[in-house]
Design a protein around this ligand. Structure first.
Ligand SMILES: Cc1cc2nc3c(=O)[nH]c(=O)nc-3n(C[C@H](O)[C@H](O)[C@H](O)COP(=O)(O)OP(=O)(O)OC[C@H]3O[C@@H](n4cnc5c(N)ncnc54)[C@H](O)[C@@H]3O)c2cc1C
Length: 448
């Protein structure tokens, strides 16, 4: 099978590897100058900067499988045990560390001691956790509900939702906690909190994402005999007369037996050949919308944070990561922190100077050492369409990999993976697309 994969993010890289590994003739076309999609890095005056800090969880089996295939497992270490320090202005600190008990008991001791909730609020935390066990994320009715309403109905007051549930749901689903789809929140809670005790252990890359995914993906694909063309923007996909497809680029075209369309949803819609899916299905993708993530990068003349990352409450700061080593920074004694702001609608267009006015004092409220430190550099990266808006109703708009046209399949973290728009979702979608194509080899005129 001659397969063309359009889009070189994690979904496209995964699909291309899966097809090339089974002996198919694969070409991967990526519009940008490099692979990796939303997980990318750039160089800024000798610093390697990720446009957006990424983390993953112990339960991200498909993503971890890809890391393994890329030879990158050692460069993306996972905590021995889920362990998150939560800071609030004024010096109050909590440590949410799981025990070795089997899930879901593994988190109970930490939650029982969580100092940002009253005793009564802590006692009520187990109510939604228990009710969640009986919730089916795949049921259409679950997708129509707001996570915040469901939590409130299960005894979680405003304080519990902001000081505990938001900590994880906002960053996992990139939408204000109350507004998230209950279905997607349930996937996160059921897998991470109620599943195996190591499911929520946090993994953070020790290399820039561009190296971890994009460069490693290009190297492996070359080894497998696949062709990778960057700077190749596909402008149309057309069914060819004798079967198969014409994949049209600005400066030429390719023919293929099969196409994996692995681009973001708003880019996929205009590339769909007529009749590949009902027009209302394709138009429905527009309803998935987009939600921004903003990263605020701050370099200090001295260390101010002594942990690899922390979360914050009662502060505009959400999560802070120490990027000093990963960025390759060569400024003795300095520390480079990145604040990751999810559901960042209010910051997407805020001028850098205003963000600096807000976030430098906010960091000083969390880290006493920052009060005396000098900020030597401050910059901001904004991903306005970081993920789709993971709101109620979004599940019904996400298509499966298969289309009505044999040999044309969809991939991307926005497709119907059952997972939120994450690296795990992207890799799962790439695997599903490749499996769908392999299963339909005879239908598309290729002997099995
Ligand atoms: C700032 C930020 C932080 C995030 N944090 C996390 C996190 O902590 N954990 C997590 O799991 N996930 C996180 N995510 C989400 C995760 O990055 C995405 O879900 C995942 O990378 C999407 O992969 P994808 O392959 O589906 O799409 P993309 O990465 O968007 O790849 C699609 C590719 O298609 C290419 N393309 C588009 N149009 C064309 C065309 N016409 N022709 C050829 N190529 C085209 C694009 O250039 C792009 O490279 C974050 C995302 C962002 C932006």
């Amino acid at each position: 099978m001659r397969a063309v994969v359009v889009g070189g993010g994690l979904a496209g890289i995964t699909a291309a590897i899966a097809l090339a590994e089974t002996g198919h003739d694969v070409t991967l076309l990526e519009a940008r100058p490099r692979l990796g999609g939303a997980t990318c890095s750039f160089n800024r005056d000798g610093l390697v900067v990720d446009t957006g800090q990424h983390v993953f969880l112990g339960c991200c089996d498909a993503y971890r499988g890809l890391l393994d295939r890329l030879g990158m497992t050692a460069h993306a270490p996972v905590q021995d045990r889920f362990d998150v320090t939560v800071l609030a202005p004024g010096g109050k600190t909590a440590r949410l560390r799981r025990t070795a008990l089997p899930g879901p008991a593994h988190m109970l001791p930490a939650l029982a001691r969580y100092p940002f909730l009253t005793l009564a609020e802590r006692a009520r935390v187990s109510r939604p956790a228990l009710a969640m066990r009986f919730l089916d994320p795949a049921a259409p009715a679950t997708d129509t509900q707001r996570f915040g309403d469901w939590l409130a109905a299960h005894g979680q007051d405003e304080r519990s939702r902001r000081a505990l549930w938001d900590l994880f749901s906002v960053s996992a689903l990139n939408i204000a906690g109350d507004d998230a789809s209950l279905a997607l929140a349930a996937v996160v809670v059921k897998t991470g909190l109620l599943g195996k005790n190591n499911a929520a252990d946090i993994g953070v890359a020790a290399l820039p994402l561009g190296e971890l995914h994009g460069d490693a993906g290009a190297t492996l694909l070359a080894k497998l005999g696949a062709r990778v063309t960057t700077g190749a923007k596909v402008t149309a996909i057309e069914a060819a007369d004798g079967g198969g497809y014409r994949v049209v680029l600005a400066d030429g075209e390719l023919t293929a037996d099969a196409v994996v369309l692995a681009v973001p949803h708003e880019k996929a819609a205009p590339l769909m050949p007529p009749g590949a899916l009902p027009a209302e299905t394709v138009a429905g993708w527009a309803g998935l919308g987009a939600s921004p993530i903003v990263n605020v990068h701050v370099i200090y003349d001295r260390p101010v944070m002594d942990l690899p990352f922390v979360a914050a409450i009662d502060s505009p700061v959400q999560w802070v990561f120490d990027r000093t080593k990963i960025s390759g920074m060569d400024r003795p004694g300095h520390q480079y922190l990145a604040i990751s702001l999810s559901a960042a609608d209010q910051y997407a267009d805020t001028p850098v100077a205003e963000l600096q006015e807000q976030f430098v004092p906010a960091l000083a409220e969390l880290f006493p050492a920052a009060c005396d430190a000098t900020v030597t550099e401050f910059f901001v990266t904004r991903e306005r369409r970081a993920t789709f808006r993971q709101a109620p109703g979004s599940g019904a708009l996400r298509p499966k990999a298969a289309t009505a046209q044999p040999g044309l399949v969809l991939a991307g973290a926005w497709t119907d993976t059952g997972w939120p728009d994450t690296m795990e979702g992207a890799v799962r979608s790439g695997l599903a697309a490749a499996a769908q194509l392999k299963a339909s080899l005879t239908t598309i005129g290729v002997p099995k």
